[in-house]
Design a protein around this ligand. Structure first.
Ligand code: ADP
Ligand code: ADP
Length: 226
């Protein structure tokens, strides 16, 4: 767990005339669930990708747990990312998908199994550990993708529109599940969505972006009262 600071963070795509994210300043507390919301193209994904080390920071800094990680590669940051497409390994079972990164990082079989089981319990995937992704529903696949991220016990958890491939009913139940999981893990979380309802119901605070700039950061309560 760790604090996250965007300190005047700015990203300019090559050839663009204006920065996609311009001078972003946000401090996220240890264990906080922050939602980044705004219309398509406002810079949400780019902000998240700067935090994960997937886009460069041309001006300003990113700090995780007080450590300046600007310019460090993704693997040096301890940030786990879940995208809207789940990209599970089709030939591996649920358990293998979840344990793969840990085994690759050199963790032994017994410890990996313990971690996988713990995450599977939290995500109600215990009965599905031997299934292949093709035999799972969309919601189950998304939970496996989250499991794969949390078994690493990262300092920061990033999600980019994780529910947008699910149907409306499943979105509502998965929303609650993600909020509960975040609460249980107490992990500093940044969640990107263009959906106002998601923004208002899931996080501790909401950051509103427009045209690459931060417009407002407030709790859902404060935003609602406006
Ligand atoms: P959001 O996640 O809010 O939809 P993005 O961060 O994806 O917004 O995009 C912010 C701006 O940067 C948009 O104007 C988008 O067109 C532009 N952009 C995104 N990705 C690229 C890219 N790879 N190359 C050039 N411009 C990009
Ligand atoms: P390998 O030795 O190649 O990792 P294993 O069959 O031991 O292959 O398991 C693959 C991965 O999935 C490992 O990370 C393992 O810990 C995990 N795993 C396999 N089956 C289970 C299970 N039933 N419960 C929890 N974790 C499991």
């Amino acid at each position: 767990m760790a604090t996250v600071q965007f300190d005047n963070a700015t990203h300019l795509y090559p050839g663009a005339d204006a920065p996609a994210v311009d001078g972003l300043d946000i401090e996220i507390a240890d264990g906080e669930f922050l939602v980044l919301v705004g219309p398509s193209g406002c810079g949400k994904s780019t902000s998240l990708r700067m935090l994960a080390g997937l886009e460069s920071v041309e001006r300003g800094r990113i700090l995780i747990g007080g450590r300046d990680v600007t310019g460090l590669p993704p693997r040096a940051r301890d940030v786990a990312m879940v995208f809207q497409s789940y990209a599970l390994y089709p030939n591996m079972s649920v358990a293998e998908n979840m344990g793969f990164a840990l085994r690759n990082a050199g963790m032994n079989r017994a410890d990996t199994r313990a971690r996988v089981l713990e995450a599977a319990r939290m995500l109600e995937l215990e009965d599905l550990l031997d299934r292949k992704p093709a035999k799972l529903s969309g919601g189950q696949r998304q939970r496996v993708a989250m499991g794969r991220a949390i078994v690493r016990r990262p300092q920061v958890f990033c999600m980019d529109e994780p529910l947008s491939n699910l149907d409306a009913k499943l979105r509502v139940s998965t929303r609650a599940q993600i909020a509960a999981l975040q609460q249980q893990l107490g992990i500093t979380t940044v969640y990107v969505t263009h959906d106002q309802v998601e923004a208002m119901t899931m996080g501790h605070r909401v950051a509103v972006l427009r045209d690459g700039r931060l417009q407002q950061v407030a709790s859902p309560r404060e935003l609602y009262d406006d």
